[in-house]
Write a protein that binds this ligand. Structure first.
Ligand code: NAP
Length: 292
């Protein structure tokens, strides 16, 4: 049995893990959130890890309020950078490998081709800066780490774009949605499943643990506008969706225009099949329909 610790267990990705871990007979997962384990507190982490046989920490805890981070710089840096350093340090001391989640926002989004892991990262937002610093700190403290940058996360859990568009689509006759930002939606349950598959494969020796940075999203690309049209069509929501430019929807933190991630490295290293985004969206909407 391989024991894993999932921090930020009550967040969107954490809950996605919770929904599927029982399918993995050889993995025993412990879930913590800030009440049980505050990752900003190094003593707390070290104490928690003492006398446990945890083999992997999956860090899903983060400061994810992208616009608020522009002004709440101390708190966002503490959670996205310093706390990740804490995890790395404590994990190294206890011989634990770390799988940490990062973001497409480490890139400025000015590219026209999918970003590779080795591409120079220049974040346009403060949130992106904190996440990039977290990546650096983690690799310095615990080189036996896997960092997975993902993008446009949604699921049946927590607050996310899909749930917001369903709500607004049901409430309004017309919606204006940004059409000049291109990316790849990522169903958080697919990401959780891929990470658990990676751990299972490492543990049964069918692949090797290869530390480093990886990119993961669902296959295919779309704009937020296309994404909304698909959500509404699949849900049978009748709402006029109007495409707008980013400048018509100003936000405190700039958003990348193009944040498509190249996934070749994670797919080949860990022998993963990644679903197309529309198929995963259908899966999520089916679960949401059952839930409501
Ligand atoms: N959401 C996206 O679209 C997106 C896109 C790309 C990458 N990512 C990355 O994916 C990861 C997961 O995102 P998510 O959407 O699941 O985030 P989330 O829903 O905001 O979850 C983060 C969790 O961390 C918890 N947390 C806050 N402070 C903590 C502390 N000091 N110690 C322990 N836990 C703490 C939060 O609790 P509270 O709610 O009580 O604060 C929350 O439950 C993050 O690393 C994020 O940067 C997300």
């Amino acid at each position: 049995m391989t024991k894993i610790l999932v921090t930020g267990g009550k967040g969107q990705l954490g809950q996605s893990f919770q929904s599927i871990t029982s399918q993995y007979e050889n993995i025993e997962a412990i879930f913590t959130d800030v009440e049980e384990l505050d990752i900003c507190n190094i003593e707390n982490i070290t104490e928690y890890l003492t006398n446990t046989d945890i083999k992997y920490i999956i860090n899903c805890a983060a400061y994810t309020a992208v616009d608020k981070a522009e002004t709440d710089q101390t708190a966002s840096t503490r959670l996205n950078a310093t706390a990740v350093k804490n995890i790395g340090k404590a994990a190294k001391e206890h011989g634990i490998k770390v799988i940490h989640i990062s973001t497409d926002y480490v890139f400025d989004g000015n590219s026209h081709k999918p970003y590779n892991e080795s591409d120079y990262a220049v974040p346009a937002s403060f949130y992106g800066q904190t996440k990039l610093l977290g990546e650096k700190y983690l690799m310095e403290e615990q080189p036996d780490s896997i960092i997975i940058r993902t993008a446009w996360l949604y699921s049946e859990f927590g607050n996310n774009f899909v749930k917001t568009m369903i709500k607004l689509g049901n409430e309004r006759d017309e919606l204006r949605v940004v059409a000049d930002q291109i990316g790849s939606p990522t169903y958080a349950v697919d990401l959780a499943e891929s990470i658990l598959d990676i751990i299972s494969k490492i543990e049964n020796n069918s692949v090797k643990f290869v530390a480093g940075i990886y990119h993961y999203s669902n296959e295919g690309v779309c704009s937020w506008y296309d994404f909304t049209i698909n959500i509404h069509q699949m849900m049978g929501i009748e709402c006029r969706v109007m495409p707008i430019e980013s400048k018509e929807y100003p936000t405190a933190a700039p958003r990348p225009y193009y944040s498509v991630l190249n996934k070749t490295k994670i797919k080949t290293t860990y022998k993963l099949n990644v679903p197309y985004w529309r198929i995963s969206l259908e899966n999520c909407l089916r679960k949401l329909a059952v839930k409501n």
